[in-house]
Write a protein that binds this ligand. Structure first.
Ligand code: NAD
Length: 279
């Protein structure tokens, strides 16, 4: 079985570069999906309060018999809970549902810059970090102005920024900012929800390496220094997406894939996204 490389976050915590994302996996299917991912070798699970499947992740953690210290668990703050008191309360509920004493990483899911003061929310996350119940804290879907505000107005810089990244949305500016300030980029929708799978350039590179387009795309992320979360509940794909650590793309391959950027989102634009699901 391949070994997943680890990146070191800006507070010294190590994070496996490949994780299993459970977005849109129904609550009743999540435990089995995560157990299947554990079986394939994944040791990093990415969930969120709004996915409503933290209990399934917690159930899989228990049932797997794995040591808690061997699994990296991320969850994210529900948009309905940005007020600092609500954030602290929501975090406690996450620990209960995950049936764990700590998470490895806790993120603000969306900046919601038009609706809330995410700087105050971030200060609540700093308190949680100080309590030791989140080993690292970060953000998701933050744009440059949001990151610059945190930089200017708070004491801890996010350890990660989890954003939509794939060959059609290469996010050069945010990636560069992350590199300069030690903020690891985590890529969501790493294969563009499947949209990149028929791309002719990726197909050519995949053929040259005798790999699938999904594998070549995930490998591009890894070589760019991203953490990636491909999502699948199909056993063969879960295994295929894990099997990306025994080949290298050339500099020319990487440049060709970088060149596919079209600034094309598959998900919402963080500057306008303001959906507040029920808490
Ligand atoms: P993805 O790019 O992984 O696409 C998933 C789709 O691709 C599914 O239809 C799946 O069946 C298909 N697929 C997966 N592997 C394949 C393979 N090897 N061959 C062919 N098809 C394959 O995108 P996603 O599901 O949008 O995102 C992945 C994860 O990112 C989520 O589970 C979640 O953890 C995270 N995420 C975070 C946010 C956020 O706001 N922070 C938003 C969306 C997703």
């Amino acid at each position: 079985m391949s070994t997943v490389p680890r990146l070191t976050l800006n507070n010294g915590v190590e994070i496996p570069q490949l994780g299993f994302g459970v977005f849109q996996i129904p609550p009743e299917e999540t435990k089995d999906a995560v157990l299947q991912a554990f079986d394939a070798g994944y040791r990093h699970i990415d969930t969120a309060q709004s996915y409503r499947n933290e209990e399934g992740v917690g159930g899989a953690l228990k049932e797997s018999g794995l040591d808690r210290g061997d699994v990296f668990v991320t969850t994210k703050l529900n948009n309905a809970a940005h007020a600092p008191e609500a954030a602290l309360e929501a975090f406690d509920r996450s620990l209960e549902r995950l049936d764990t004493e700590y998470v490895d990483l806790f993120l603000i899911h969306w900046p919601l810059a038009m609706l809330s003061n995410f700087v105050d929310t971030w200060k609540a996350l700093e308190d949680i970090y100080g309590s030791g119940r989140a080993k690292a804290i970060g953000v998701s879907n933050f744009q440059l102005p949001h990151l610059r505000r945190l930089q200017a107005e708070t004491t801890i810089l996010p350890a990660v920024n989890q954003i939509e990244v794939h060959p059609y949305l290469t996010q050069t500016e945010l990636t560069q900012f992350g590199r300069e300030h030690g903020i690891v980029i985590e890529a969501w929708s790493p294969i563009g929800q499947g949209r990149v799978l028929d791309d002719p350039t990726l197909t050519r590179i995949a053929r040259n390496h005798d790999r699938s387009v999904a594998q070549v795309t995930l490998r591009w992320h890894v070589q760019r220094g991203h953490v990636v979360f491909p999502k699948s509940v199909t056993r063969a794909r879960v295994e295929e997406n894990f099997d990306i650590f025994d080949f290298d793309l050339s500099d020319a391959d990487l440049a060709d894939i970088d060149g596919l950027n079209r600034d094309e989102r598959t998900g919402p634009d963080p500057d306008t996204f303001d959906r507040i699901p029920p808490a």
